[in-house]
Design a protein around this ligand. Structure first.
Ligand SMILES: O=C1O[C@H](COP(=O)(O)O)[C@@H](O)[C@H](O)[C@H]1O
Length: 319
């Protein structure tokens, strides 16, 4: 496992519970089995929903079990990506404070893609100075098996956009070994996580026996893929491994490793961050009344902890 950067220790962050939300008309939102909650002092629409997924009638038993998990589900819709980014930084910093206070470490899993740009506010004041970066442990939910300086590398994306700008100790940034084959890199990443489980950095879920990360900050592709789990691909059904590989990714590059759904769904918190009207269809399938031709991976994201959707108006336009 590789590491990437180093700087000094920062004091803890103390902003839990503060709230600044953007404006959107509640009349723009409707949701099957959902409830719109818009207190007068809030500037975004918050939707709390009781239906755990939009799986419809085609769901398998495993899919329905995932849909029955018990954490809170919340949807936040923002007027713009800029406003979403402000709130995402606040959410992430608050979770960092919570877990650092509770257990002295914060395990944060990131995806690649547009998510990283939406984390940019963490590199600005007050977060850059006040978050307890020295306690962070950073992982990738998926990674392309390419060199770390390749433009396709999720590590490079995160390094350039976030990790090079905040003082996380290099030994706590867990990149893949890109010198290995996809099979080897997946096995190596899983071995590294097992080591951190045995060290007590990552707990195991008492419900599932899979590693329980504090937060996963996930993006979603326009086809409804999350991590490198693509619609209709057999990897979606992997239920034993923690990390697996794909050599025929429909989105280039073809060679990738990815966390499996049981690991994703064992998380304490998941943020699904989705922007743009090009992604409104899968958002509708997961949260609204859409019935896609096949079950989409995003519909199977159902953590035992809390799930918060961060949507801009475009992504929420079909709700
Ligand atoms: O290939 C990937 O795509 C997804 C979605 O990316 P986006 O740019 O459409 O947000 C990303 O979440 C994943 O980590 C990445 O490997």
């Amino acid at each position: 496992m590789a590491a990437s950067l180093s700087r000094s220790l920062s004091p803890g962050f103390h902003r839990l519970g503060e709230s600044i939300r953007p404006t959107i008309s509640a009349s723009q939102i409707s949701l099957r089995n959902g409830r719109i909650d818009r207190p007068s002092n809030r500037r975004s629409v918050r939707i709390t929903y009781s239906s755990k997924s939009g799986l419809g009638t085609r769901a398998s038993a495993a899919e329905k079990m995932a849909a029955e998990r018990s954490g809170n589900r919340q949807v936040e819709v923002f007027d713009s990506e800029e406003e979403l980014a402000v709130e995402l930084a606040k959410y992430t910093a608050a979770l960092s404070e919570k877990f650092v206070t509770e257990r002295g470490a914060f395990t944060c899993v990131v995806s690649g893609g547009s998510l990283i740009k939406s984390l940019r506010k963490l590199t600005e004041k007050p977060y850059v100075e006040e978050v307890a970066w020295s306690k962070w442990h950073v992982f990738w939910v998926d990674e392309r098996v390419v060199p770390k300086d390749d433009p396709e590398s999720n590590y490079k994306l995160a390094y350039d956009g976030l990790l090079s700008k905040v003082p996380i100790p290099p030994g706590q940034v867990y990149a893949i070994n890109d010198a290995l084959s996809p099979e080897g890199a997946a096995e190596d990443y899983e071995t590294g996580i097992k080591h951190l489980v045995s060290n007590g950095v990552i707990p195991l879920s008492t419900k599932t026996g899979f590693p329980k990360f504090d937060v996963m900050l996930l993006g979603m592709g326009p086809d409804g893929h999350v991590a490198s789990l693509f619609p209709g691909h057999p990897l979606v059904n992997e239920n034993k491994k923690w990390v697996t590989f794909i050599k025929d990714s429909p989105k280039p590059p073809p060679n990738r490793i990815t966390f499996t759904l049981p690991v994703i769904n064992s998380s304490a918190h998941i943020a699904l961050v989705v922007c743009g009207s090009g992604k409104a269809g899968p958002v509708q399938a997961a949260l609204g009344s859409g019935e896609p031709a096949q079950v989409l991976p995003v519909q199977l994201v159902s953590p035992e902890g809390d799930l918060t959707w961060f949507l801009d108006k475009g992504a929420a336009s079909k709700l």
